[in-house]
Structure formats: C-alpha cells, structure tokens
Write a new protein. Structure first.
Lengths: 282, 330
C-alpha cells in the first residue's frame, strides 16, 4: 500500500476557520463552585426526566398499583374494611414507593460509568463529589413526584389525613431525607457492580425484604416472634411509624430520631465510600 | 518548528497492572509543547491506560509524570484544570441534546449561564452540528458524536488535549473531518497527545511518534526518522494482471536484490535506496512485457515500520492483549 495522502474535506461541514476561532475565543474562567457544580448536575438530572419521561412511569405507576391493589384486594380481609385499611397503609405505601426509587440512583450511576461519560466528569476540575451530590439532588425531585402521586391518589380515594397538609408535608420531608441517606447505599452498589442490570437486581433484592418485612402492610404483633423481632428492628418500620404519626398528628419523636439517625449513619458510611470509589472508578 | 524546548508531558517509568496483566510496563514520554505527539500501537498495547494515567483518571503503580509542569499524582487538580480528554468511548451524555451537553460542560467549567449557552452555539456551528443541536445525542451518527465529544473538550480552550483513538470506527468522510479539526487545534496552539492504532493517522498528523507495544515504548522519533530507521525506501508496483506477478518478482529480484509479494495479489514491492535504480527496474519490467498498472517510489509506510520494529503487524491482537485492552478501557 503506497502512502497516498487522503484529501481533506475542506469547507465541507467543519469550517476550519470557525474551529480556529472557536479555539481562540474562550479563556479559562475560575472553576465552578462546589454548590454550582452540584446544582448543574441536578439540572442534568432534570433534563433527563424531560427527555425520557418514561423513567417517571416507574415512579408513578408502581405506587398507584400498590395503593389500589392493597386497599381493595387485602383491605377487607386484613382490616375488615377498605376505608380503614386505606388509612392504615397510605403512609406506608408512601414510604415504599419512594424507597423503591432510591435504587434508580445506583442504576443511573452505573449507566454513566458503562457509557463513558464519567470519564469526562472526572477529568474536569470540579469538586469531586459534585456529580454524585448533584444527581441525588435531582433524584429528590423523583421522590417528590412519587410522594405527590400517592397523596393525591389517597385524597381521591377518600383519605383525609388527620394532621392536615402540615402533617403530610412533614411526613414527605422525613421520607425524602431517609431516601437521600439510603440512596448512597445504592450508589455504592452502582460503582461496585458490573452492569446496570446487576445493580437493579441486587437493589430490588435488598429493597423488597426491607419494605415488605416491616409494619407497612400489617401490624407486627400478628407475626411469628422471630419475624416480629426483625420487623421491629427494621429502620423502615421506624420510618413508617413516624410518617403515620406525622400524618395522623400523633408522631413519636423517638421514631423520628431513629429515622434521622439511620439516615445520618448511612450517609456517613456510604457517601465517603461512594466518593472514593467514584474517584478511582475503572 | 523545533523552536519549543518546553515539555508538555514528561513521563518516566510509568507502570500500571490490572491483576496479572501488565498493561503499562515502564513508559517514558517526552512531548514538546505545541506539537501533536502520536502514541502508536495495536489494540491492547497500553495506550489507553497510559493516557488515563496522564489525565489523572488512573493512579500509576510506579513511575512519575508531569503534565504541563504539574505532577499527575500530587497535583491532579492543577492537571485537570489545564487538560481535556476525549476518551475512546465517546464521553458525552446520550440522553441530552448536543447543545445541553456543551452547556453542561461550560457551566461545570465555571462559565455563566448566558456565556455557556453562547459558547455552545459557537462550537456547534464550528463543528457542523448547528442543525442537530436540539437532537438527543443517542440519535447522532458516530462522526457527529465524535465531533461533539471534541467540542466538549474545547468548551474552554485546553493547553493540552488527550485524544484517544479519535477516528476509530468512523467512515472516511467523518475521519477527514476529525483530522481537519485536529489540524485546526494545532494551528491554534494546543498540544495534542494522539493515541491511534492507525499508522496513516499518525503519519498524517503527528510531529513525533512513540511506538508502543506490550506496555513499552519500542521506538520514538519523527515519522521520517522512524521510516528511515527501517530502510531508506521502497519501490511499489501494481500489475495489470495478477497472474504475471511471479514473472515480475523475478525481474525485481534481479534488479534490486529482493522482492516482496503484497497482500494485494497484483502488487509487489522491493527495497530501493536510489531513485535511479528504481527507474531502471521499472524500465526493465516494462521491457519484459509485464503490464504495469501503477508504480511509486517512496519511503516505507508506517505499516512496514511497525512490522520491522515489533515482528508482528499492527492489527494483530493476541487474546492476552484483548484482556489488557478490556481492562484498560474500563
């Protein structure tokens, strides 16, 4: 093969002079602040929701199914009336629906990693945890969407929270704070596991027992003693009790404290772990 | 050229292993500022791993390197603020539009909202992506994605740019576009470290080349020097009828000592230091009645250089190298 010089496609689509101009024109600004970088990543999360609204389907349809199914299928059998059961499980389903979406934080992170865009972010001179903190900020919007769907559906079905709007807001706030802590566990998983699918499977395998083996659907006193002990120690049980309490206006501050402490502990352990794994990811 | 004495990259003894596999096994590099420096090697030679260490994405097991005067381990932040990386996997966000990708990077680099938007528009125009600005990147062609990737790397003009196989998988037209962009960047004064497995790409663009194989630099120099180190030149001949090749080979052997049969069944070549001898050989071929389609007398191609240096062609890849490659990318 003799070396024939390829003919460059001048003036085709890429304008030489324009590229040169573009290169010359932008001096380096002082880097983005930590907050601004994190918010920019939050904005990225919002854009994804805008372009791929389907990803909100999980967040909206699953909770709707849960509420309808449990209320009308099991309500009569478990609580004697669907109305009573609806009031019992609504705060619990709120917790379950939001906790399920925390798994997506890990899936999204793993997807970024697999696609190579993480390399770009990691080669930028920004506050290193910014991509992580930013996407979790974006995820809180997802949590709020899921919460809103549940509450609105509940209201349509006749649920009247005794503590009113204030109680509901407090409960939602508590659930979001806990989810923020829990999602660090899944971002850690997202960095350790090989594919988004693996993260999804492992994530749901852990979130299922955590939410089902709690006081969301039944009173723990009806359970065999071993199971009852597990349920009573499960942080999700505390979260459900606290949200129920806040929505009914008889919250136990002990429950709330346990929830906040658990969220803080999860963040303290898994946030630094995630950041470290991210810094040296593949 | 050759007026610059400052080094943009200075690496000594860089090493990185993934488990048992030594991906990079003692790489030394000296890249002059303002040049295009080619790192040439087959898949799995350790190019990507080397670049990822220099771009502070991987920590070397041993050795040290300074990029634009900053240590890649202890001054990672300083390095990151001066370089850009266009990785082997196009590192853009598929779920965003082209414009949003560039605005995102601009904002992260500290541009104000309006400035980032204006800059995105300017780059999209310069890179022929203005019409596709509002489309999701997942619907872009490979060439468009590459151009967007490079645009994302120059939202703020970097002093040094790492380009890891920028044309792998592109059609010839897109490849030429990327080459044009690279030439324009060089003209604007950016130093470029170009990893490639395509010999003609290094030949076309690079001022200096390091040939890398099995994690080591096995040769270094300008394209011309590398070619000269292998042999002074070669006569390439293509025949009208492949069937006459044995006959033609006998003539070339008589005139020039040896003749190589090329993969193309109608082509053959022979080492040839002097143009006069080459002309005589062609005349002799012509007299013998073997129809000649075309011929050229030139320096050996980098393909031949690579073969001579490594003992295997550039495209060859052993299973072990495939693993290395895999590890290097991830």
């Amino acid at each position: 093969m003799s070396a024939t010089p390829p003919v460059a496609s001048r003036g085709d689509e890429v304008a030489d002079a324009a590229v040169r101009q573009a290169l010359a024109s932008t001096p380096r600004p002082p880097g983005a602040s930590a907050l601004s970088a994190a918010l920019t990543f939050g904005w990225r999360g919002m854009l994804k929701v805008k372009h791929v609204p389907e990803q909100l389907l999980d967040v909206t349809i699953t909770p709707v199914m849960f509420v309808l199914m449990f209320t009308y299928l099991f309500g009569g059998a478990i609580a004697g009336s669907t109305g009573e059961y609806r009031d019992f499980i609504l705060p619990g389903v709120l917790v379950v629906a939001v906790l399920f979406t925390t798994v997506y934080s890990g899936i999204a992170l793993n997807t970024d990693l697999t696609k190579g865009v993480v390399d770009r972010f990691r080669s930028l001179p920004i506050w290193r945890p910014a991509p992580l903190v930013g996407s979790l900020l974006g995820d809180s919007v997802r949590y709020l969407v899921a919460s809103t769907v549940i509450i609105v559906l509940g209201l349509i079905l006749g649920y009247r929270p005794p503590a009113g709007a204030g109680g509901v807001l407090a409960a939602v706030g508590l659930v979001v704070v806990f989810s923020f802590g829990l999602s660090w566990v899944f971002t850690t998983m997202g960095l350790v596991m090989r594919s988004p699918n693996a993260v999804m499977n492992a994530g749901f395998m852990s979130i299922f027992p955590l939410t089902f083996l709690s006081n969301v659907y039944v009173d723990p006193e009806t359970l065999p003693s071993g199971l009852e002990a597990f349920v009573n120690a499960n942080p999700v049980t505390f979260l459900v009790s606290a949200s129920r309490g806040l929505m009914e206006g008889n919250a136990d501050s002990g429950d709330i404290l346990v929830v906040l402490a658990t969220a803080a502990a999860l963040t303290a352990v898994f946030a630094p772990l995630t950041v470290r794994l991210y810094a040296r990811a593949r | 050229m050759a007026t610059t004495t400052t080094l943009a990259i200075e690496a000594t003894g860089l090493r990185k292993s993934f488990g048992e596999v030594r991906a990079v096994d003692g790489v030394d590099l000296a890249v002059p500022a303002g040049s295009v420096y080619g790192v040439l090697g087959p898949n799995g030679a350790g190019k990507t791993t080397t670049v990822r260490m220099l771009a502070t994405l991987l920590r070397p097991d041993a050795g040290e390197a300074r990029v634009l005067g900053h240590d890649i381990v202890s001054e990672g932040d300083a390095v990151r603020s001066l370089v850009s990386l266009t990785g082997q996997l196009a590192s853009v966000d598929e779920d965003l539009t082209g414009r949003e990708n560039l605005v995102l990077i601009g904002r992260l680099l500290g541009l104000g909202r309006a400035h980032a938007k204006a800059r995105a528009g300017e780059l999209l125009g310069a890179f022929g992506l203005a019409d596709a600005a509002g489309r999701l990147v997942k619907n872009y062609s490979g060439g468009m994605r590459r151009r967007l990737d490079i645009a994302a790397s120059i939202v703020v003009t970097p002093e040094l740019m790492f380009l890891d196989e920028p044309t792998t998988g592109l059609d010839p037209r897109s490849r030429n576009q990327v080459w044009d962009i690279i030439r324009a960047m060089v003209a604007a004064g950016t130093t470029i470290l170009l990893c490639t497995q395509y010999l003609d790409e290094a030949d076309q663009l690079a001022d200096g080349i390091a040939v890398i194989d099995h994690g080591r630099v096995i040769a270094e120099g300008t394209p011309a020097q590398l070619k000269a180190s292998v042999g002074s030149g070669a006569l390439h001949v293509r025949l009208l009828e492949p069937g006459r090749r044995p006959e033609a080979a006998r003539v070339l052997e008589r005139m020039l000592g040896t003749a190589h049969l090329e993969p193309d069944p109608a082509a053959l070549s022979a080492p040839c230091a002097e143009a006069d001898r080459g002309a005589e050989a062609i005349a002799e071929l012509s007299r013998s009645g073997v129809g000649i389609a075309d011929f050229s007398l030139g320096q050996p191609s980098l393909d031949e250089v690579f073969l001579a240096l490594t003992g295997h062609p550039a495209e060859e890849q052993t299973p072990e190298q495939a693993i290395e490659q895999e590890e290097g990318v991830r």
